[in-house]
Design a protein around this ligand. Structure first.
Ligand code: UGA
Length: 436
C-alpha cells in the first residue's frame, strides 16, 4: 500500500478473469474494494480466498485483501453500488452468432446501478465493449435513476494478459482513460497514481476503439506471421529466423510474431469478430480482419494435415497431446486451438491421450472420448505421435530419451515451435514444426 494517498471506495461488478484481477489489484494498492458477482457459489468461495481460475499470484492477493479487510465479496449489486464511489463494470461481452458483442449483461448492470445511485458515482467500463457503449450506458443510467443524482461514465480498457494478469495490471505499458469530465479524469488519475505507466486521456469513444484496435492488430500480427510460415514450409526457409530478422526492426518488434496453430482464448477471436461488425455498422468493410480470421482457422487444419501426411492415415493412430489450454500459465480453454485440433483428430478416428499441467479439470468438461493422463510419459506410451499444442515450460525440460523409448513411432508435431528442432532430430525424433 502507498502511504499518504486517498483511499477509494471501489465496486467491481463481475468477478471473471478481468474483474477479479482488477479488484484484487486495486485492493493491493490500498483501496476498499467490493467485488460483485451474481454467481453465489463463486462469491462464497472467494470469501474464503478460493480463486476459481489458475492465475499466478492472484490467490495470494485475494487472500491478503480478504484478510486485511480491503477486499469484500457479495452477490448484492445494491450493496456494492451504494457503498462505493467508483464502479467498474467488468461483466462478460460474449459473441452473438453474428460476431457482434452481446451487451445484455452490460445493460442489466447499467440498470441495476441506476436503481441504486444514492450519491455521485463514477461508472467505468472495464469490459471490452464496442465504440459508443459508454454513451448507451450514460443514457440508460439517466433514464432509470432518480432525478438529480450526479454521475459520470468513463472508459478504462484493460490490456492484461491471462497468465501474467497481476503483473500486467500493476505494471502496464499504458493506462487509457476515456472521460467526458474533468472530475472523472481527476478521480481516475488519482486512483492510478501509484501505478507507474504513461496515462493517455481521450474521449470515451476513442478509448473504446483503442481496445478493439489493439487486440485486432495483435491478432493480425499473428495471422501475418502464420501466413509467412506457410511460405517458409514451401521454400525451405526458417520462420523463426524470419521473425527474428523482422523483429529487429524497432518499428515491427519481435513480440507476437510466434507462428503456430493460431490464436485462441476469450479475447482475440471474439474481439476480431466484434470489430468487423463495429466497422460494418460504421460503413467500413474491414477486409483485413476477415482474412485474419480465415488464416487463423486455416492454421489448425494445416497442422492436422501435417500429422496426417506423416502418419498416412489417422484412423486408430494413437496421438499424445501435450497442452490443452489456449496458452501456457493459464487453465483457460475457451476458444483454445488445442481443443479444436483434438476434435478434428477425433473426427478422423484417432485415439487421443491428453496431458496439461493445469487445464485438465476444465478440459474434462468439454472433451469427450479422450483419455486424460497425469504426466507426459503416460501420454506418450505407445503413441504414434506427440502433438505439442501449448508451450508449457515443463515441456522443454523433459527426459526426451525416455519419451522416445515409450513411443511406438517417435514423431513430434510441435504446434508452437517450442522444442529445439536440431536437438530433437539428433535424438532420433522425426520432428515437424510450423514454418521450419
Ligand atoms: C489478449 C491481449 O494480449 C491482452 O492485451 C488483452 O488485454 C486480452 O487479450 C484481453 O482483451 O482481455 P490473452 O488473450 O490473455 O491477452 O492472451 P495473449 O497472450 O494475447 O495470447 C492470445 C493468443 O495468441 C494465444 O492463443 C497465444 O498462443 C496466441 N499467440 C500469441 C500466438 O499464436 N503467437 C504469438 O506470437 C502470440
Amino acid at each position: 500500500m502507498v502511504k499518504n494517498r486517498k483511499i477509494f471506495k471501489i465496486c467491481v461488478i463481475g468477478s471473471g478473469y478481468v474483474g477479479l484481477v482488477a479488484a484484487a489489484c486495486f485492493s493491493k494498492l490500498g483501496n476498499k474494494v467490493i467485488c460483485v458477482d451474481k454467481d453465489r457459489n463463486k462469491i462464497s468461495s472467494l470469501k474464503k480466498g478460493v480463486v476459481p481460475n489458475y492465475e499466478a499470484g492472484l490467490d495470494k492477493l485475494v487472500k491478503e485483501g480478504v484478510k486485511k479487510k480491503h477486499l469484500f465479496f457479495t452477490s448484492a449489486v445494491s450493496e456494492g453500488v451504494q457503498k462505493s464511489d467508483i464502479i467498474f463494470i467488468a461483466v462478460g461481452t460474449p459473441s452473438k452468432d453474428t460476431g457482434e458483442a452481446d451487451l445484455s449483461a452490460i445493460e442489466d448492470v447499467a440498470r441495476y446501478i441506476a436503481g441504486h445511485l444514492n450519491s455521485y458515482k463514477l461508472i467505468v467500463e472495464k469490459s471490452t465493449v464496442p465504440v459508443r457503449t459508454g454513451k448507451k450506458i450514460r443514457e440508460t443510467i439517466k433514464r432509470y435513476s432518480k432525478k438529480g443524482v450526479e454521475f459520470d461514465v468513463a472508459s478504462n480498457p484493460e490490456f492484461l494478459r491471462e497468465g501474467r494478469a497481476v503483473n500486467d495490471f500493476l505494471s502496464p505499458d499504458r493506462i487509457v482513460l476515456g472521460v467526458e469530465s474533468k472530475r472523472a479524469e481527476n478521480i481516475l488519475k488519482a486512483l492510478y497514481k501509484p501505478v507507474k505507466a504513461p496515462v493517455l486521456v481521450t474521449d470515451i469513444n476513442t478509448a473504446e476503439l483503442i481496445k478493439h484496435a489493439s487486440n485486432s492488430f495483435l491478432a493480425a500480427k499473428i495471422s501475418f506471421i502464420n501466413s509467412v510460415s506457410l511460405i517458409c514450409e514451401e521454400t525451405g526457409s526458417d520462420i523463426e529466423k524470419v521473425a527474428l530478422g523482422m523483429g529487429m526492426d524497432k518499428r515491427i518488434g519481435r513480440e507476437f510474431l510466434d507462428a503456430g496453430i493460431g490464436f485462441g482464448g476469450s479475447c482475440f477471436p471474439k474481439d476480431v469478430s466484434a470489430f468487423i461488425q463495429i466497422a460494418k455498422k460504421a460503413g467500413v468493410e474491414f477486409r483485413i480482419l476477415e482474412e485474419v480470421k480465415k488464416v487463423n482457422s486455416g492454421q489448425k487444419r494445416h497442422f492436422v494435415e501435417k500429422i496426417k501426411e506423416e502418419l498416412w492415415t489417422l484412423k486408430d493412430k494413437k496421438i499424445g497431446v501435450l497442452g490443452v489450454s489456449f496458452k501456457p500459465d493459464t487453465d483457460d480453454i475457451r476458444d483454445s486451438p488445442a481443443v479444436d485440433i483434438i476434435n478434428m483428430l477425433l473426427s478422423e478416428g484417432t485415439k487421443i491421450k491428453v496431458y496439461d499441467p493445469k487445464a485438465v479439470p476444465k478440459a474434462r468438461k468439454v472433451l469427450g472420448g479422450v483419455t486424460f493422463c497425469k504426466d507426459v510419459y503416460s501420454t506418450a506410451k505407445d503413441a504414434d505421435c506427440i502433438a505439442l499444442l501449448t508451450e508449457w515450460e515443463e515441456f522443454r525440460k523433459l527426459d526426451f530419451k525416455k519419451l522416445k523409448s515409450l513411443m511406438k513411432y517417435p514423431f513430434l508435431a510441435d504446434g508452437r515451435n517450442f522444442l529445439d528442432k536440431n536437438l530433437m532430430e539428433s535424438l532420433g525424433f522425426k520432428y515437424t514444426g510450423i514454418g521450419r
